[in-house]
Design a protein around this ligand. Sequence first.
Ligand SMILES: NC(=O)c1ccc[n+]([C@@H]2O[C@H](COP(=O)([O-])OP(=O)(O)OC[C@H]3O[C@@H](n4cnc5c(N)ncnc54)[C@H](OP(=O)(O)O)[C@@H]3O)[C@@H](O)[C@H]2O)c1
Length: 298
Amino acid sequence: MAAKNILHMLTPHKHVSPFDVNMALDAGYDSVTPYEDVTMEDVADLVQDVIFSRPPDRGVHSAVFFGGDDAVLALDMIETAKGALVPPFGCNIMADPAGSFTTAAAMVALVEKTLKDKMGKALSDVSIAVFGATGVVGYCAAVISALEGARVKIVGYSGLERVQKRADEMKERFGVTVKPVDGSSDEKNTAIIADVEVVFSAARAGVQVLSLEQLQTAEKLLVAADANAVPPLGLDGIEVMANGEPIEGTNALGIGALAVGPMKSNTEQGLLKRMIEAKEPQSLDFRDAFQLARSLVS
Ligand SMILES: NC(=O)c1ccc[n+]([C@@H]2O[C@H](COP(=O)([O-])OP(=O)(O)OC[C@H]3O[C@@H](n4cnc5c(N)ncnc54)[C@H](OP(=O)(O)O)[C@@H]3O)[C@@H](O)[C@H]2O)c1
């Protein structure tokens, strides 16, 4: 009998995300089981229950998925899960907390494509300001961009302290240097975008980060992307459906949240399918999501 593809979906929250459950079943999983209120201390035991219940050659048909809304916790859970494997017993491991790994991957990939196709530039040629960088989407967008060689500023709407901690954490975990900056006023934000070519807005839904007037002052701006689809949008002047449309009064192009959304869904589903189809167990985080999103947009 063919082995069933079984996904165990773990979250530190009260509920797993129905979005992720639907994605997994539509990707082809035969079974998706939710585990809620999962702590770091629970992870190793759960993973070992997954792997020891099937012969080693069926490990590739078992998967553990980490949700939640904390990128750092999800990355730590991946590491703990990997450490709990006992070769030859293994399983697939993936995280996408609050959809952030695949959303950030999709947003950065769309910007990269726009820069390349319309301006002949790479991420390594540009300076980027990331708004909402203490959140999960902003965190991943900043790290992916920095790993690709971009010069990245992470903007703290509540001041410097929390983004400084984020920058230190990114350096320690990924070896990337990003610059924390104080974005606690409109004037400071206008100054922050004066010398960047790219803006990522990944602030809380329904919060406007930059007005159109502010964007119009950013003389070097080439591309701006917004993850927020809930009015008011994060970046004024960029329609939710925009996918490389001009931003009025600037030389820049805009990417809206509903251009990011379908690419995000295709990326998440693609990673889930990869785990189903793989011949060897996979371990997937936002770096894998970015490589896939990059291939999907081109
Ligand atoms: N298009 C898509 O497919 C898609 C998918 C997923 C998410 N999203 C959107 O992406 C955005 C980010 O999601 P997320 O899950 O990363 O959200 P999140 O974890 O809530 O993070 C949002 C970020 O915004 C910051 N923030 C809160 N209030 C702010 C303000 N007044 N001004 C500036 N920044 C503020 C938060 O700071 P604190 O640290 O203080 O909370 C945090 O850094 C949201 O708009 C979400 O709806 C889009």
